[in-house]
Write a protein that binds this ligand. Structure first.
Ligand code: ZN
Length: 315
């Protein structure tokens, strides 16, 4: 029991911030800087000629999630620690919950449409609930939950996997913000809500297009799942499925991102995206029904997506 090796990645001189996700801040910057082959040249150009502020402003505010990530009118890119922690929790819950609760029972022939409640799945759901709690109030994350800072060796593969997906999710989100700069969006206010939504759509597409250069590399699968979990995190922020006046609806953004990733219809990533809606539905108590049998994971997502659209229309 007590002789299980414990990892602790926090280094006081190196990591600023208060939540366990602080240990990933340098990885997030590293991956962002390696987003695509010409990124550093493009960033240099934007800094020298486009007024982009150098670096990422990392905010360690001990408050509920108000800000996600963004680029401000002075062209500085911001990241907020509670939101990053929220994204990490979603990545962990989506991947572990889906693999242990759905995929493993499917592969064993024991899946009957209901999530298996193993200890791993229960842990994933606790992590998920903590992440969601940050949308309402700030509280520290208990290190007894799976977390990126301190954990026993037996959890290491799951934590490291979630870390990679979370860093990739932030890569997608930061590239979206960089896209606003790249397209000159900060230089003129959008003329209408439709124009604002088109810009957001274009920046999502920009991020996916730029990441495509690495889809064939060893990071490719992680980058794809990151784009999914990053987009899914926007869906999970509340029960509205609405992007308001400025953003396209988050469920539509997620569907677009999935389309840009060129996934095979049998790819389990469709299943992970569907599983996110299951978590959303349970948390916000918005039930929907699905056909009992579908052909593959893409069909599962399409059925889920249709059910979500029905919910939005009040059906
Ligand atoms: Zn945006």
């Amino acid at each position: 029991m007590s002789d299980i090796k414990t990892h602790n990645h926090f280094k006081p001189g190196k990591h600023k911030g208060v939540l366990p996700v602080r240990v990933l801040q340098h990885n997030i910057i590293d991956w962002f800087e390696q987003s695509y082959p010409d990124f550093l040249a493009d960033a240099k150009h934007e800094i020298q000629s486009g007024g982009l502020k150098q670096g990422i402003q990392y905010h360690e505010e001990q408050a509920p999630i108000v800000h996600t990530a963004g680029i401000d009118p002075s062209k500085a890119i911001h990241l907020y620690e509670p939101f990053i922690q929220f994204v990490w929790c979603n990545c962990y819950a989506m991947v572990v919950g889906f693999e242990e609760g759905i995929l493993t029972p499917m592969n064993n022939g024991t899946y009957k449409g209901v999530m298996a409640f193993t200890d791993e799945v229960k842990g994933a759901l606790q992590v998920f609930r903590y992440g969601l709690s940050l949308t309402k109030r700030y509280q520290p994350m208990s290190l007894s939950l799976p977390n990126p800072e301190q954990y026993h060796d037996d959890l290491r593969p799951r934590i490291e996997n979630a870390n990679g997906v979370c860093v990739a999710a932030l890569n997608f989100i930061l590239l979206h913000e960089f896209g606003h700069q790249y397209y000159g969006h900060l230089d003129a206010r959008p003329s209408s809500p439709a124009e604002s939504k088109r810009r957001e759509h274009d920046c999502d597409e920009f991020a996916c297009e730029k990441l495509q250069a690495q889809f064939g590399s060893h990071k490719g699968r992680t980058l794809k799942l990151g784009a999914i979990c990053g987009s899914a995190s926007i869906v999970l922020l509340d029960d509205s499925l609405s992007g308001g006046q400025e953003h396209p609806d988050p469920d539509e953004r997620l569907s677009n991102v999935l389309g840009w990733l060129c996934l095979d219809s049998t790819d389990s990533y469709w299943g992970i995206a569907s599983f996110m809606y299951r978590l959303w539905s349970i948390h916000y108590e918005k039930p929907y029904t699905l056909p009992p049998v579908v052909d593959d994971f893409q069909a599962m997502f399409n059925a889920t997506s249709a059910a979500i659209s029905q919910l939005k229309m009040g059906g």
